[in-house]
Design a protein around this ligand. Sequence first.
Ligand code: AHR
Length: 313
Amino acid sequence: AAAVSGCGSDSSASDGNDQIVMGFSQVGAESGWRTANTESIKASAKAAGFELKFSDAQGKQENQIKAIRSFIQQKVDVIAFSPVVETGWDTVLQEAKRANIPVILTDRAVDTEDTSLYKTFLGSDFVLEGEKAGQWLVENAADADVDGDGDVNVVQLEGTTGAAPAIDRAEGFAEAIKTDSKIKVSASQTGDFTRDGGKQVMESFLNSEDGIDVVFAHNDDMGLGAIEAIEASGLEPGKDIKIITVDAVKDGMAALAKGQINFIVECNPLLGDQLMDLANKVLDGEEVPARVVTEETTFTPEQAAEVLADRKY
Ligand code: AHR
């Protein structure tokens, strides 16, 4: 393995030995999901005996590009990253390829025509997540027409603009609700996957939109922010306005069990073990699948109540 000197916040530098060195560029710390994902990557790297160079991009693509360039300069053995947005990666990934450093995408995809720029992509099927959210709404449309006006008026809290989960979840949801003309998305805006963002956008929707029946939030954190805004407006979340979210982190599951959220589509953040396994295989020259999809489920309030006590994150 490459001998490297310490970089990044969590390097456990071990120059001159044969430990595998992984450079990992994380999106940031925007959500409960992200925190669980970071913990999983760090714990699994430790368990696998990797030296992890961990870098937090604080939600900025330019920071991720800088981190990847720094990993290349330090000659790490493998680079893994979760791209904050989909586009704009070709140049830096070509640099990694020229340096013969394999790249593994985790959690989020990049939009490129040159798939030789990375070895594999490990993560969820975000389009399917959006579809599951939409299908639940189609199946529960009568109940979701809270004001009984014949229309199901949905407002959407989008994830970070340009991020794969924001683009794909919106697409999957739109596709699924097409089958019922009563369901309409009347307003859609980014809350940047944060609780504060979700709260602020929901406050403005409550002021500008009449007769909101449903909130579809692209993650639990924005849904939890929306709950605060709905309560502050004197309405009851989960009853006066139905809420659908994605992730199933502990805070989201607690709100679901209480009936403040009505349905959650799971997005699994525990990618660490699979990532280390794929990295080992890639470095051993083994064939790996181009795409590894994470297995996920969905939760109703009753199901959330059953599993809440054992939920790890
Ligand atoms: O890329 C995964 C998404 O990013 C999660 O759904 C969201 O919570 C996070 O910020």
